[in-house]
Design a protein around this ligand. Structure first.
Ligand code: CA
Length: 225
């Protein structure tokens, strides 16, 4: 999943980014409201971590923009202001959660996991499909009791397709949400095909069912009843 970090404290922004990258998120950082506004207009993000106190913008105005663009990003507002007012305003304006600085990165991660569970209607931190169990928290995949070794990208792709089960995920979406900023990358759809092929091979060792369908010319889909 991809994250837009909107934070003018560069140290904090970097700290959040390196932590989340290790957890499998693709992160982009912007330090101003103007840059955030442009990014939000062009791209689509699973998460926006939004500092309310920006040098050039009221964070709440950005939240309003994020909510009006209809892109369905989860927004967590971050603020040093301990005013209850801002928190309530933010939540009323559609923020999904709120963290007061200073906060622990582990707390940030658990809030993000909770939002994902809520958004996709998951009861637990696991996704179960055709005998496989994908554990979101431990980043693992098991078939019955056997651990299946996935690369980070294979895990991320499988997780993303499972969250969006029964829907076609385009190659473009996969690139954007798994690899991050597509505009800076040399976009090559063959790259994704290789990861999918390897992932399929690993799943096939355990189950004959074709878990990941190719939707020709568009993308991929996991169908689960
Ligand atoms: Ca700030």
């Amino acid at each position: 999943m991809n994250v837009l970090i909107v934070e003018d404290e560069m140290g904090l922004a970097k700290e959040m980014s390196s932590f989340l990258v290790k957890e499998g998120y693709a992160c982009e950082i912007v330090h101003t409201g103007q840059a955030a506004s442009e990014k939000m207009y062009i791209g689509s993000y699973d998460f926006i971590l939004l500092d309310l106190g920006l040098p050039d913008y009221d964070g709440l105005d950005l939240l309003k923009e994020a909510r009006e663009d209809g892109k369905d990003s989860a927004v967590i507002i971050l603020t040093a202001r301990d005013g209850l007012n801002d928190k309530l305003k933010g939540l009323n304006m559609g923020a999904d959660d709120y963290l007061a600085k200073p906060f622990s990165l582990l707390e940030l991660l658990s809030r993000m996991n909770a939002i994902t569970r809520r958004k996709f209607g998951l009861q637990k931190n696991t996704l179960i499909f055709t005998g496989f169990v994908l554990d979101i928290q431990n980043h693992s995949l098991h078939y019955q009791n056997t651990l299946i070794n996935l690369t980070k990208k294979e895990f991320d792709i499988l997780y993303y397709l499972l969250l969006h089960k029964n829907r076609v995920v385009t190659r473009m979406q996969l690139t954007e949400h798994i690899w991050g900023d597509i505009l800076e990358d040399d976009y090559d759809s063959n790259y994704i095909a290789v990861h999918i092929k390897n992932l399929r091979k690993k799943l096939m060792n355990y189950s004959n069912e074709e878990v990941i369908e190719t939707v020709r010319g568009i993308g991929y889909k996991i169908s689960i009843i």
